[in-house]
Every structure is written in C-alpha cells, then in structure tokens.
Design a protein around this ligand. Structure first.
Ligand code: SAH
Ligand code: SF4
Length: 422
C-alpha cells in the first residue's frame, strides 16, 4: 500500500512538471514516504532525514505517510530542514501543499484526519511493469488495540465502483494483465455510489475487464469475510485462488485483548468455507507474537492454529508497542528475547508445514506470470495464481510479463523450482 501511495504521489509531481532525479544530490524536491506500523520502521526515519540533509543540502524536503501523521509538527522541531509534513489522509491536497512549498512556504502541513476523500489521480507513475496496484478503500474503522493505522490513515472510505472500473480499464489498455486491489480491510468495501456494489460484486466486475487475466486483493479482514467471496473466486478463473486473511493470534483470550472482533472458531469457520471451494485456494496470514500478557498456553494456541489451518504462507512479527494505542499501556509486557524465541519457534513450525504443502506440488504444471529474470543463474521467476514463487529455466527468451506453463521439479519451503513445459 505504501509503495502504491508513493506511485500516486510521484504522479502528482509529474503532473506539476517534475521529473525523477537520477541521484539524491541532484534532486530539487525530496518527498520521503514513511511507515510507523512497528517501532523499527519509525526509528529509521529521523536518521534517514539526517542523511538526506547531508546528501542534498539546502534542498526542499517533505515527510509523508504514517510517521508524518503520527509525529505531526514535532518533525519540524526534530528536523528543522523539513518544509512539508503530510499524512496519507491529506494526499488529495498534495498538489496545493507542494505549490505552497514552491512559493517559499515553510512548515507546511496536511494533517487533517477527518476526511471523506480518497486519493485518486489520473497520472500514477507505476514502478511495477507486471502488477498494477489499485486502491479501492482507504483508512480503517476497526480499532485493534495494537494498531496505529486508524490513527495514521483516518476513517474508512471506499471509492466509487465506476472510478475503480474505469481505472481497471485504463490499466488493461496500458498493457497490464494483473491487478491487485488494495485496502487495509479490502473486503469491507462498500460502494458509495448509487450502483451500490458489494465487495464480491466488485471483484467479479474487475475480473470481467477485457484484457485482465489476474485479479488479487489484499488485505481481507476475517470479520467481513463472506461465503460470497469464495463463490466469486470459484466462479471466476481471473480471480486468483489466494486469500490473505490475517488472524494475528490463535489464542481466544489474546484475540479478545487485541479487539479483533472475531473468535478462533469464527476464523476456523471462514477457513472451512475456503476449503470447501471447488478450486484449491491458498491461504496466507499475519501473526503477532508476544502481545502483552501472552502466556506459553496462548502461544501454544497459535501453534495449534498453524496446524489446524496449514497456511501456505505466514508473515509473523514480534509485538511492538505503538503510540496512541490501548495495548501500549497493558500490563504483562513480554521481554524482547522471549518474543524473538517465540517468533523463531513459530517460523520453524511454519517452515515444516510449507515444505510439505509445496512438496505436494512436485509433478504439477502451474501457470506462472513471469516478473523477474536472473541471467547469472539462467533462471526466470514469477508467481502462480495462488501467489507461490516459481523459479524456472526455459530455452526461450523475453519472457517478462508472459504467462508460462511450468512443470514443477523441486520444492523448498518458500519457492518452487521447475522448467518451462513446452
Ligand atoms: N489491516 C490489516 C493489517 C495491516 S498492518 C489487518 O487488519 O489485517 C500489517 C500487519 O502488521 C498486521 O496484520 C499485523 O500482523 C502487523 N502489526 C500491526 N501492528 C503491529 C504492532 N503494533 N506490532 C507488531 N505487528 C503489528
Ligand atoms: Fe489495524 Fe486492525 Fe485496522 Fe488492520 S483492521 S488496519 S490491524 S486497526
């Protein structure tokens, strides 16, 4: 999502006549997009700002994104060489704010969170030639106790379906065949226009765009996950057979403390809907270990959930206390070493599950959209519709952006290896 925000911001600058600078030292204006989901990302920002000042002295610097929203004008105090601070909920105003900076304005801010706007632009400078990102919903109305997003990205707001579908058509005309729909809770989408499409209907409509062969979406919230989403995937080959459904913890007690609004049973019920589909659908998740008060039993519940679901991929993080969140003041902080131990144990457990799941694909033929070439290894790389990384060899050339049938010969925990089936 941050990558795509940067693409849209670059589009705003192009529309104002800017061109990308070849090096930092040659840049007149530097906009730095930041993340504050965990403390580590936030910490990096001030040291990078110091580096920018050295590499491009006297240049105009703006700080964007979640840390900008979180720290606000405090950024000017800690880094007085910054001229602009703007959170993502104010990006609609970015052309104005940049104009103010160009006119010599100092300490220009866009920090209003009280917004109904979405950030859309006709000109987006797309960095990825294979996969096009498309935002359908911004912000978040949930209030997970550990999470900074509702404080940094503002309230949930969906984009009108006609605007989404028009962008999908433009992407197809520009040659894209894969679209990834984006939102913090992408499946909470509610069309604000009279067309009134719900999320499954929007999925079907985007997938019907002429020229689009693959549609992905991320991130789904379990609370808004419905059977209709599974039915849409079952009926529509262009909807990829992969769902990213963050569970965060397997412990009923911790889920409640996290204020995730679903129970372990609710989550497993959604998994059973997915498993009952005619198409095999891969499932990936996010997990947090070491939430305040997480006992050995709670952690064992998370491991048993891994066994119960057998995910195709897991993004796991150690809990990081964030400003303005209720979890930050909960008792029972877990020591960093213990968090790290749990994270390593979880990842090892998951590695074994993934190895077995991937082994079962040896001998299969998968369709791969090629997105990388490693000439030194004479290898191509891409993704299957279920979002598995497939590395393969081929006697052919110029495969970037092509759909290729690959016979899978070997499997590791994180990728599959094969050769082009000709
Ligand atoms: N909207 C998505 C999550 C976005 S944040 C959802 O609800 O699932 C991406 C991931 O970062 C989260 O799924 C969570 O696993 C992790 N995360 C968020 N806040 C965190 C924190 N304070 N400490 C550690 N991990 C966190
Ligand atoms: Fe954060 Fe929860 Fe909203 Fe996801 S649903 S962005 S974790 S508050």
């Amino acid at each position: 999502m941050n990558v795509h925000d940067s693409e849209k911001v670059a589009g705003v600058l192009l529309a104002r006549g800017y061109a990308p600078a070849p090096t930092l030292a040659e840049a007149d204006l530097l906009l730095y997009n930041t993340c504050s989901i965990r403390e580590k990302a936030a910490q990096k920002v001030f040291s990078r700002l110091g580096e920018f000042r050295q590499a491009a002295p006297g240049r105009t610097i703006g700080v964007l994104g979640c840390l900008a929203q979180q720290e606000g004008e405090e950024i000017f105090e800690r880094a007085p060489w910054v001229s602009l601070v703007c959170g993502s909920a104010s990006y609609r105003r970015l052309p104005d704010l940049v104009a103010q900076v160009e006119a010599g304005g100092r300490r220009v801010t866009g920090l209003d969170l009280d917004t109904e706007d979405t950030f859309e632009t006709e000109i987006t400078r797309r960095d990825n030639p294979i996969r096009a990102y498309l935002t359908i919903i911004e912000g978040c109305d949930y209030a997970c106790s550990y999470c900074v997003v509702p404080h940094t990205r503002g309230p949930e707001r969906s984009r009108a379906s006609a605007s989404v579908l028009a962008e999908a058509r433009r992407l197809a005309q520009a040659g894209y065949t894969e679209i990834q729909l984006l939102g913090q809770t992408v499946n909470s989408y509610r069309d604000p226009s009279p067309a009134g499409l719900d999320f499954p209907s929007l999925l079907r409509a985007v997938a019907a765009t002429q020229g689009i062969r693959r549609v992905r979406f991320t991130t789904s919230h379990p609370n808004d996950f419905s059977r209709e989403i599974v039915a849409a995937i079952d009926d529509t080959p262009a909807l990829c057979d992969h769902i990213h459904l963050p569970v965060q913890s397997g412990s009923p007690r911790i889920l409640q403390a996290m204020r995730r609004t679903y129970t372990r049973e609710d989550y497993l019920e959604r998994i059973s809907w997915i498993r009952a589909a005619r198409r095999p659908i891969s499932v990936t998740t996010d997990l947090i270990v070491g939430f305040p008060g997480e006992t050995d039993e709670d952690f064992a519940d998370t491991l048993s959930l891994l066994e119960a679901v057998r995910f195709d991929g897991v993004f796991a993080f150690t809990y990081s206390p964030r400003p303005n969140t209720t979890a930050a003041s909960l008792p029972g902080a877990i020591p960093e070493e213990e968090k790290a131990r749990r994270l390593a144990a979880l990842l090892e457990h998951q590695r074994q599950i993934q190895t077995v799941r991937h082994q079962s694909l040896v001998g299969a033929t998968l369709e791969v959209l090629v997105d990388a070439h490693r000439p030194a290894r004479r290898q191509w790389s891409g993704r299957s519709t279920s979002n598995r990384i497939v590395n393969f060899t081929s006697p052919l050339e110029n495969l970037l952006g092509e759909y290729v049938q690959v016979s899978i010969m070997r499997a590791g925990p994180n990728s599959l290896i094969g050769e082009q089936a000709i």
